[in-house]
Design a protein around this ligand. Structure first.
Ligand SMILES: [Fe+2]
Ligand SMILES: [Fe+2]
Length: 346
């Protein structure tokens, strides 16, 4: 926001402070008239949210402290989204905020002999930011739920510990460098944990087998890529997605065991034909497998993992991804140390 806009907001905050009680009362009356809330419990959450919103508005914005105001918005957003208030209801109730102060604002401006429009456009921007913050907290719930389910699926595969937490961080680290544009790195962080969900479709006798798998059993394990991708495709359904969350989740689930030279599975895709997200995830996944102890093996040191991945550039792994991995290898080591697995986690 420009200094002029901040000044407008500050003046509005002072005006709201003067009329705080009236604005709150207006809002409650309008809420009742509109019958927007489901029950008194929901009204209670709205009221808590609105009182806080108004309080933060007059306190923080009165000092021009936008960041503190947004932080308050985040707190309100968590309260309403985690208490299962529908997004639609929230938006409706939030729009009534405007109705609750409009008269006060118009009267004050008329007294000054000024137009109310400049104020409204600045408040509008502020409100849009608040709505974006609330939407973000709904996404967070969605992401946390997806991660919890992925974690549950991973629990069948004994000894995986913090594999999902680490691989998503490794992948996001590489992605921020290889594809800094748009939300690519953020997406890979969100969908990465789904890469092995297809393992839920593999029989215990094979998945939990100690010792070497027969060729036939290994063929069955390979199918986890196809099973996971198929499950995600069911959600995609008729929507022909070109990009986004589900598209990337599908790419990683299906292609994370492909190799750059075409010798991977399940399709034998090669080179750049393998989607970038999957080429990145392959390095993240293998680095973690090499460096972590599993029931049937001990974890190799960081340096050994680096040497093995470097040796596979152009064979197993995309050379461009390996180059970035080598450059950022210390950060890989730091993430690895941060998430040291407990012994026998599951
Ligand atoms: Fe896998
Ligand atoms: Fe994995």
């Amino acid at each position: 926001m420009t200094p002029q806009e901040r000044e407008i907001i500050r003046k509005i905050a002072l005006l709201f402070r003067e009329h705080q009680d009236a604005i709150l009362q207006n809002w409650i009356t309008i809420m009742h008239q509109g019958g927007i809330f489901r029950d008194n419990v929901e009204l209670g959450y709205f009221q808590y949210g609105f009182e806080k919103l108004l309080h933060d508005f007059v306190t923080h914005l009165g000092h021009g402290d936008l960041e503190a105001y947004y932080e308050g918005n985040r707190e309100i957003a968590r309260q309403i989204s985690y208490n299962d208030i529908s997004y639609e209801h929230f938006i409706e109730a939030f729009h009534l905020f405007e109705d609750s102060y409009m008269e006060i604002l118009t009267r004050a401006k008329e007294k000054e002999g000024k137009n109310v429009c400049d104020c409204l456009s600045v408040i509008d921007r502020l409100h849009h930011k608040t709505i974006a913050i609330v939407a973000q907290s709904y996404f967070e719930i969605h992401d946390n739920t997806v991660f919890a389910l992925a974690k549950l699926a991973a629990m069948r595969d004994s000894g995986t510990g913090y594999h999902l937490e680490r691989t998503r961080e490794y992948a996001a680290l590489l992605a921020r460098d290889l594809h800094p544009e748009g939300d690519f790195a953020q997406l890979i962080y969100r969908v990465g944990p789904l890469h092995d969900i297809g393992k839920t479709g593999i029989r215990d006798a094979i998945l939990l087998k100690e010792g070497r798998l027969t060729e036939e059993e290994f063929e069955a394990v390979k199918l986890h890529t196809v099973i996971g991708a198929e499950a995600i495709k069911q959600i995609i359904g008729a929507h022909k997605l070109e990009r986004g969350y589900l598209k990337m989740a599908w790419e990683i689930a299906l292609y994370h065991h492909e190799k750059y030279d075409g010798s991977g599975y399940p399709t034998g895709l090669r080179g750049e034909a393998i989607p970038l997200a999957a080429r990145i995830f392959a390095v993240a996944d293998v680095y973690d497998v090499i460096t972590t102890a599993r029931p049937y093996k001990s974890g190799a040191p960081h340096a050994e993992a680096v040497a093995r991945i470097e040796a596979e550039a152009g064979k197993h792994f995309c050379p461009a991804v390996v180059a970035v991995f080598l450059r950022l290898q210390e950060e890989f080591d730091a993430i690895r140390c941060r998430y040291q697995d407990q012994v026998a986690v599951f």
